[in-house]
Design a protein. Structure first.
Length: 133
């Protein structure tokens, strides 16, 4: 049962990391690039660009949090995998991976999901899982 739990958390964390690094972060970076272009255009016209700058800062903050959490989670997994005792390994996967990072990663991804338009977001949005369009 411990080995089964460990495998499930490993798979879940790997999928979570893959989605974050290969889908969510690149999409959020594209949004940032578009927003920077927009902010520079507004500034060049002498218009107020503070809302665009604030959005860029918010997106950047969530990208950084997501990247840091995923990288830290991967490092934690590497350390835990060196542990030969399945019971200790399972406990550490619960505390040092699942409890330590899953909610942080989910929070940052959810915030980015709200900021990126539906057409650009590469995954099914949470609200789309609840309601059909």
């Amino acid at each position: 049962m411990l080995e089964n739990f460990i495998k499930k958390v490993q798979i879940e964390s790997r999928v979570m990391g893959d989605l974050a690094l290969n889908h969510i972060i690149p999409t959020a970076i594209l949004l940032s690039e578009q927003m920077i272009e927009n902010a520079n255009g507004l500034k060049g016209l002498g218009l107020d660009h503070s809302a665009a700058v604030d959005t860029i800062k918010e997106v950047s903050k969530h990208i950084e949090a997501l990247k840091l959490s995923v990288t830290s989670m991967i490092e934690a997994r590497k350390q835990i995998n060196k542990e030969p005792d399945f019971e200790v390994q399972a406990k550490r996967y619960q505390t040092d991976v699942k409890e330590a990072y899953f909610d942080k990663i989910r929070y940052a991804a959810d915030k980015l999901e709200l900021l990126v338009d539906d057409e650009s977001w590469p995954l099914v949005k949470y609200r789309e899982l609840l309601f059909l369009r």
